[in-house]
Design a protein around this ligand. Structure first.
Ligand code: NAD
Ligand code: USQ
Length: 407
């Protein structure tokens, strides 16, 4: 790897999807390190809240209030452009030409697996939005003629979770093929994907788009295969109530550990899907923003292949997390029918050399941090709508929603 090390300070960075759960704290963090941050977002996540009649447990302020509060607290300026990057290619391209960013961080996709499986309309929306968004970003970078480093948020889930005890490498796999003449030819291929939802399938597809534009146009791309993000606050979002981050807990957008912590806080049975033997990769939101800063500093050189890094800090079994939360915050654990089609039990071993080698001192699950998230959940418990907690999206018509039976 011939990465060039750049200071992120004074870089101009587009944060695509900068109004979202990962994008907002990343925007603040990069702004705090001295970068000029331009957020591009179509606010579709806020519209999906309206559609689902569910909202973040924490109150999310309008974008103009968020940006004003940041300026007031730090003196720093973040700008915002409301553009649908999947639909409005011309406006997006013009913005790139006008602003000439050094790098883009791309979070702007529909990111919920259950939402992507709700109906044919949701499947088609997720594919149209995610694939067009990623392709438009790549096409616009080429058309602009600018040298822009693209950092994309991908997911560990592209691999499925049945890795038969093998350690998932960082993106690539060395294989050997034998020709008909018996010659053995070594090759490096993308680690094969095995997506478990339409959403994860779009992320698998993104990888091919990156590989192609890297090969054809020498685009400099880093794809971060992130695990499940937990937590809500970062050093910057804690500066003011108006800067608070999302805390999704509903059956479509709430991710598992945050859901468990919220459920314990509002005295709702902790909803383990199936046996809870699923093992998943996790990362705290504070480490998400630090990893992105590291990735921006270590951009690929034009001759490099796509950099692919696993962005997670630890793995846990779902049922272990449920019992940990029940002990810490009180509450009952309910084993509910699994609304998804996924392996009931799996092991997961992940290579994570890049971030450790770049001195990420990872945050791992500890009681202090779990309690901090529980306190946020308790503070806003009055805003919780318990009817939105059950996971009602099923992968097939035969499956049952994940609704706890009366205790
Ligand atoms: P989010 O839904 O909170 O944020 C996504 C943002 O992108 C939203 O603000 C939305 O309005 C915007 N957006 C979506 N489509 C757009 C479009 N066509 N044009 C402009 N803006 C658009 O999601 P998140 O949790 O912040 O996730 C961000 C990225 O990180 C996703 O790509 C997701 O795949 C990845 N990721 C998230 C997690 C997690 O646990 N949250 C874990 C691994 C990877
Ligand atoms: N689960 C429960 N109970 C719940 C909710 C979930 O047992 O109440 C289980 C699920 O069945 C699944 C696991 O917990 O086995 C993880 O579910 P999740 O909703 O927390 O995570 P997932 O659907 O995988 O998606 C989330 C983000 C997505 C990101 C992905 C990273 O929404 O954007 O890509 O985590 S990864 O899992 O590595 O693919």
């Amino acid at each position: 790897m011939n990465s060039t090390t750049k200071k992120t300070k004074s870089q101009k960075i587009f944060v695509l999807g900068g109004d979202g759960f990962c994008g907002w704290p990343t925007s603040l963090h990069l702004s705090n390190t001295g970068c000029e941050v331009v957020i591009v977002d179509n606010l579709s996540r806020r519209n999906i809240d309206n559609e689902l009649e569910a909202s973040s447990l924490t109150p999310i302020y309008p974008m103009s209030t968020r940006i004003e509060a940041w300026k007031e607290k730090t003196g720093r300026t973040i700008t915002f452009h409301r553009i649908d990057i999947a639909e409005d290619y011309d406006a997006f391209l013009q913005l790139i030409k006008d602003e000439k960013p050094d790098a883009m961080v791309h979070f702007a996709e529909q990111r919920s697996a259950p939402y992507s499986m709700k109906s044919p309309r949701h499947k088609r929306y997720t594919v149209d939005n995610n694939i067009n968004a990623t392709h438009n970003v790549l096409c616009a970078i080429v058309e602009s003629g600018l040298d822009i480093h693209l950092v994309h948020l991908g997911t560990m889930g592209v691999y499925g979770y049945g890795t038969a005890g093998m350690k998932i490498p960082e993106g690539y796999l060395d294989v050997e093929v034998t020709t008909e003449q018996g010659t053995r030819i070594p090759q490096e291929i993308l680690y094969p994907t095995n997506p478990g939802s339409v959403y994860h399938m779009t992320k698998s597809q993104d990888q091919l788009l990156f590989q192609y534009y890297n090969k054809n146009d020498r685009l400099r791309i880093t794809d971060l295969h992130q695990g499940i993000v937990w937590g809500t606050n970062t050093a910057e979002t804690k500066l003011d109530d108006r800067l608070i981050n999302r805390f999704d807990y509903d059956g479509d957008y709430g991710t598992v550990l945050n859901r468990f912590l919220m459920q314990a806080a509002v005295d709702y049975p902790i909803t383990v899907h199936g046996t809870g033997g699923q093992t998943r990769a996790f990362i705290h939101i504070q480490d998400t923003v630090r990893c992105i800063e590291i990735a921006l500093k270590h951009s690929p050189a034009p001759e490099d292949k796509v950099f692919i890094f696993n962005q997670m800090t630890e793995t846990h079994r779902i049922k272990d997390l449920a019992h940990l939360v029940a002990e810490l915050a009180g509450g009952d654990v309910a084993y509910v029918d699994n609304p998804r089609k996924e392996a009931a039990e799996n092991e997961l071993h992940v290579t994570e050399d890049l971030f450790l080698s770049k001195k990420l001192n990872p945050i791992t699950l500890n009681n202090g941090l779990l309690q901090e998230v529980t306190k946020v959940a308790e503070k806003y418990a009055g805003r919780a709508d318990k009817s939105k907690i059950p996971a009602t999206s099923t992968w097939t018509d035969e499956q049952q929603p994940g609704i706890p039976k009366p205790l």
